[in-house]
Structure formats: structure tokens, C-alpha cells
Design a protein. Sequence first.
Length: 134
Amino acid sequence: MAVHAIAVIGAGAMGSGIAQVAAVAGLGVTLIEVSAAAVEKGLDRVRGNLQKLVAKGKMTQADKEAALGSIRGTTALEDVAPANVVIEAVTENYDVKADLLQRIDALVRAETIIASNSSSIRAVSLTPPPALII
């Protein structure tokens, strides 16, 4: 399966960083958070990081604008539906992650890859098979 679009849930340091890397790579990114203010804070973080790359000569202004143009912020979890890959990057809380992954699984196609960004929780313990989760 070719990946053209991803959804990232959680616009904190990890989520916004994942969104940034995907956007720079040319993917369409949907960045999802619980509030418009949190979405904007995540987008501001990406803008700032990309501006630092421009200032260091590691990225052109045009590439920065292209990357920013490929990220769409939203508060609607349903917006995960068209993504080929969904990455959750929410708080390190088992119950929050498990609930979110079940909700994601109900919204996406069977072939959609669902990834969990966690430093301490095993992704396979969060959702029952046969979800495509990494």
C-alpha cells in the first residue's frame, strides 16, 4: 500500500514532530487535537521548527511553506478516515490510548495502519487483533 496521507492524533512535542517530518517528506497530514487552541499550539511548534531549519540554511522558505501547506489541523477525530496511516501520540495513559485506538479502528478502513507512539506501553496490549497496529 502506498502511503499518501497520515493522521497524527496529539499535537504535543511528539505529535507535532511526527507531523512535521511527514509533511517535509511530502505527505498530506491531518493533525488532530482535543481543542482548537491545542491544534494551533502544535502548528505553531511546527512553524517554529521549520523556521529554524530555514534560518540554518537546511531548508528553503518555499519548502517550509510547502510543508506547512500539507498539514491540516482539526479537532474532529472522524478526520482520520481517509488516512493510510494513523499515529496516536497522546498522553502516556493506558486507558486513554486503548480507548482512542478502539475509536480509531472503528473509523478507518481495514487496511489502514494504526501506530501508537509510546515509551512505556506495549502497543499490542492496547487493541485486540486483527488491527494493523505498530
